[in-house]
Ligand binder design. Sequence first.
Ligand SMILES: NC(=O)c1ccc[n+]([C@@H]2O[C@H](COP(=O)([O-])OP(=O)(O)OC[C@H]3O[C@@H](n4cnc5c(N)ncnc54)[C@H](OP(=O)(O)O)[C@@H]3O)[C@@H](O)[C@H]2O)c1
Length: 281
Amino acid sequence: MSKTYVITGAASGIGRALTKHFSVNNTVFSGVRRSEAFEEIGKFSDNVIPFFIDLCSDDSIKKAAEFINSKTNKIDTLINAAGCVVAGAIEKISADELRRQFNTNVFGHIEFTQGLLDLLEGGRIINISSMASYGIFPFISPYCASKRAMDILFNSMLMETKRDIKIISVKPGVIATPLWNKSIDQNRASIKDCCGYEAEMEYMIKNADKNGRVGAPVQSVVEVVAKADSARNPKLTYTVGKDALAARCVSKLPQTLINSIIKSKVRKLSQNKSEKSGGVN
Ligand SMILES: NC(=O)c1ccc[n+]([C@@H]2O[C@H](COP(=O)([O-])OP(=O)(O)OC[C@H]3O[C@@H](n4cnc5c(N)ncnc54)[C@H](OP(=O)(O)O)[C@@H]3O)[C@@H](O)[C@H]2O)c1
């Protein structure tokens, strides 16, 4: 039987692949924030209904929720896939950048979901969280914190709710999507103003560039989301990839041990940089 999906972040990467997958046999409301993406995603299939949503704008979120409420009286699955990465050293990062991270990855999703709850009775919410939610990656800690916050808030919703709604967190490892190159572009200011952390930022840029090319295919996330969507009794959390599973295991170690492993890795980065440039530590 045909179902109704709402997917944010449908313009690219994982959200786009999910739109393609689910729109073959179902109605999919696909959320984008750019007109070109609106046009493009609408051409996928007659089953795709594009809508505008900017998760950093209360007004846009409200209008998006009103639009969906006016078009359907039931959503089977809401997939909160939109997201961005704010990176940098916490000593340097601006409060505005932290707000951008949390507005997009946390507050926007909560507000949008609240606007759709009446339609979700008997349905499910699948959040595209991340292995970053395990909180073990320095220099993208705003991203880690936002994904953890998203998981905590939605899990609380699940514990509190009197509604019949299932809430699932999907935590992918590194996936080859435009997210990585965007993260380099969108974090230029933090990368530039990183005095004392040049080696770490250089590593982050190289790593992001590599991840965007050699990460796992989006299809690996689509398969896990499809499984979580169809399971009669879905798990609360699904990891995608061995790296996400490893992050989950590492996060269970004592925090002091995690810190010393990560700190020694960070120290090596600075040493390598210093040796390459002929400097002395
Ligand atoms: N790629 C990975 O390795 C990876 C791993 C774990 C988790 N994830 C998560 O997977 C989700 C999808 O990411 P992706 O890898 O597919 O990256 P992506 O291709 O960059 O997709 C992210 C989508 O979110 C949209 N978006 C960003 N800010 C927004 C805002 N303020 N309002 C509305 N939409 C916004 C983007 O729109 P524009 O096209 O307009 O920028 C884009 O369509 C994200 O939540 C990400 O954190 C990704």
